[in-house]
Design a protein around this ligand. Sequence first.
Ligand code: OSB
Ligand code: MG
Length: 369
Amino acid sequence: MKIERLELRLLKLPLVHFFETSFGRVDDKHFILVRVDGGGATGYGECVAEQDPYYSAETNETAWHIIEGFIAPRVLGTEFAHPREVFPALKAIRGHNMAKAAVEMAAWDLFAKQRAEPLSRVLGGTRDRIASGVSIGIQRSLDDLAANVGRELAAGYRRIKIKIKPGWDLAAVETVRARFGAIPLMVDANAAYSMADADHLAKIDRFDLMMIEQPLDYDDVADHASLQRRLKTPICLDESIKTVGIAREAIAAGACRIINIKPGRVGGFAESIRLHDLCASHGIPVWHGGMLESGIGRAANVHLSTLPNFSLPGDIAASKRYFDPDLIDPPIEVAADGTIAVPTAPGIGVAICQDRIERATLKTLDLRP
Ligand code: OSB
Ligand code: MG
């Protein structure tokens, strides 16, 4: 497989509803779309960097800079026998996993399309439907939160995650438990607490949650291990798991009992598979995270979620919760039983609407060997 052309686009798509986490609110999604062409086929990769360095250190600007100046020159015109060779070929570049992942995932899509196989098969997936959960942002009021949870349960979602932060935590969970009972429920703090809040966080144990995601700092492992010793509720790490090596340390330290996999955070599909396998070998279940992706990145996530240790519903929900219209047609849909069908056409297996991409484009860059 040879990448003969690499195109970068910066896109802006309005979100159907604002999305608020402990680190802020977004109304529009700004992201880089990578397109690679080779051997008469085309692959796509969606970069999950955001405008601000609040979830991770990367931003759209840093990803653009790193892809243009350092990643593209290493992949353009290079003969790869398999897309798993792409991440190692970028070893000289420290960090910047989201930039690397966007190109690497485009290479996997290109490879699968050249072989006319669905991406799930090339990745080693084993299922034809995946279980879907939702991530509900911080709301204006507890009534708004309850209305949101009610709507998503009625839509069939198999797990509800609510975002928490200091001042929007115990009462939010209490409201949901009081209104909806023993539903599959979890919380995500996006690193909003410190060990000084350990007594407060321990009060969450009485709500019998599936897990608490990333309560402490984004680059912390040791304090999560201390906190896990004080909590009955399983800790799931998201932000902290930036590499497979850190995951190994976190598991050894007892810092988490569950891990959220986002390919963008760890450098792409090959590293995600290594992380998935590492977790499986330690009895750590994983689920697929989300970064408010368009249908292009969302479809890629659906394919990765077909691997066997993705045993918990992830943050991959229907397109219509985010974009109307999405960049793909038909959009990603969730059936009444809370599952998503894995596309069976080659590669990511979704039909891309080029006119919608053109309309959302803020800038473009065309790169050749
Ligand atoms: O922490 O999982 C997170 C969105 C942006 C940044 C971080 C996170 C999220 C989500 C959204 O929770 C999940 C989704 O795509 O619905
Ligand atoms: Mg998270």
